[in-house]
Design a binder for this molecule. Structure first.
Ligand SMILES: [Zn+2]
Length: 345
C-alpha cells in the first residue's frame, strides 16, 4: 500500500477532445481517441516560439485529422507544426506523422528503427495473412477456431490507420540532445515494447517524455510477431528498465503515452521490471510439462482472455516463453503440427 502511494497523478482530469492542458510552461497535453479498449492516446505539443514540436499523433482516421485541425486552430493558436517527434513505431503514435510532413511541412524526428519499422509496415499491406504469419500463429499454438477464422480474414494492416510516410526524417540516437519547448532534452532509447523507443529527459526541469516505455498502471504489451519470430523482447525490456532506472528521480513528471502523467518514476521503474519477473516465475512453474504459448495465458495474465485481446495475449505469451528459452531456463520442441512447445529445465 505504501508503494502504491508513491505513484501520483497531479493532473487527474484528462483534456477533453479538442482542448489542451498546459502541464508545464510551454508544454501542452492533448488526447486523441482510439477505437479499442484502451480508448485514447496522449499527445503533447512543445512550444518552440515560432512553431510547435508535437510528440506523437494518434491514428490516421478522418476523426483524428478533424480533431488535429481543431487543435491547430484552437489551443495551438494557428502556429505552424515544425516537427513531429514519434516516440515509437506503433500506429497510435506514428499514425499521422506522414500527414504532418506531407500536408503541414513538418519534419519527422524519431529513431532509425522506429522510422524504418513504421514505413516498412505501412507499405506492407496484405489482404489475407501471409504464409509466414500463418506459420507463426501455428507455432504459437493459436486456438484452432480462431486460427481458422483469422486465416480467411483481412489481417490488421498498418495502412488502415497510418498515413503514408514519405522519405526523409531526422534520426534521434541514444545520447543525443534535442532543443524543444524551451528546454534541452537528453535522448535515451527504450526497448522491449518497441525497439529503439525514444524517451526524452529534460535538463532544465523535471519533465520526462516516456511514450509507452514509461506507463503508469498498465503494463506495456511486450510481444513477438512474425517479423522476428525468435526475438527476445522481454529480455530487451528488462535491460531497458535497468538502463533507464538510474535516470529516474522522485520529482520527475512523466508525460506518458496513455493514462495520465505521473510522478513516482523510481517506484514505477521497479514495478515495470517486477511485473515481468513475476510473470516469468509463474510461467516457469507452469512449464513443468511441455506447453505452447497459447496454453500459458492463465499463469501469465491470471485471468481469462477474451477474443478481442487474444492476438496481443498470444504474442505476449510467446515473448515470455521465448525469454525462458533464450535465457536457458526452458527447452523447446516443434511438433509435426508446427507448434513450439516449451518445457522448463
Ligand atoms: Zn501506445
Amino acid at each position: 500500500m505504501i508503494e502504491a502511494a508513491a505513484i501520483d497523478h497531479p493532473f487527474p482530469e484528462p483534456p477533453v477532445e479538442g482542448a489542451a492542458i498546459e502541464i508545464a510552461p510551454g508544454v501542452l497535453w492533448m488526447r486523441l481517441p482510439l477505437p479499442m479498449k484502451l480508448d485514447h492516446v496522449n499527445v503533447y505539443a512543445l512550444d518552440d516560439g515560432d512553431g510547435w514540436t508535437l510528440v506523437d499523433t494518434g491514428f490516421d482516421t478522418r476523426r483524428g485529422r478533424a480533431i488535429w485541425r481543431a487543435l491547430l486552430s484552437g489551443p495551438l493558436a494557428g502556429k505552424p507544426v515544425a516537427r513531429v517527434l514519434v516516440t515509437h513505431h506503433h500506429p497510435d503514435h506514428v499514425g499521422l506523422a506522414g500527414w504532418f510532413k506531407t500536408d503541414h511541412g513538418a519534419q519527422i524526428l524519431t529513431s532509425r528503427t522506429a522510422w524504418l519499422f513504421a514505413r516498412m509496415l505501412q507499405l506492407d499491406e496484405q489482404s489475407v495473412p501471409t504464409p509466414e504469419t500463418l506459420a507463426f500463429w501455428r507455432a504459437c499454438g493459436m486456438a484452432h477456431d480462431i486460427y481458422e477464422r483469422r486465416a480467411a480474414e483481412r489481417p490488421f494492416n498498418f495502412a488502415d490507420c497510418v498515413a503514408p510516410i514519405p522519405a526523409g526524417y531526422t534520426r534521434l540516437s541514444q545520447g543525443d540532445t534535442l532543443r524543444a519547448g524551451g528546454r534541452v532534452w537528453d535522448v535515451h532509447m527504450g526497448d522491449g515494447h518497441a525497439p529503439d523507443h525514444v524517451t526524452l529527459w529534460s535538463r532544465s526541469d523535471a519533465l520526462v517524455i516516456g511514450g509507452d516505455q514509461l506507463l503508469p498502471s498498465i503494463s506495456p504489451n511486450i510481444g513477438v510477431h512474425a517479423t522476428e519470430p525468435e526475438a527476445d523482447p522481454v529480455g530487451a525490456w528488462l535491460d531497458a528498465c535497468a538502463r533507464l532506472a538510474p535516470l529516474a528521480r522522485p520529482d520527475h513528471l512523466v508525460l506518458c503515452g496513455h493514462k495520465t502523467p505521473f510522478v513516482g518514476l523510481p517506484q514505477r521503474m521497479r514495478q515495470l521490471a517486477d511485473n515481468h519477473h513475476g510473470a516469468l516465475a509463474r510461467l516457469y512453474a507452469h512449464l513443468v510439462e511441455p506447453k505452447s504459448a497459447g496454453d500459458c495465458f492463465l499463469p501469465l495474465f491470471r485471468r481469462e482472455i477474451g477474443e478481442g485481446e487474444y492476438g496481443l495475449a498470444l504474442s505476449e505469451a510467446m515473448a515470455h516463453c521465448l525469454h525462458l528459452w533464450h535465457s536457458g531456463q526452458a527447452s523447446r520442441d516443434i511438433g509435426a503440427d508446427g507448434v513450439w512447445r516449451f518445457e522448463a529445465l
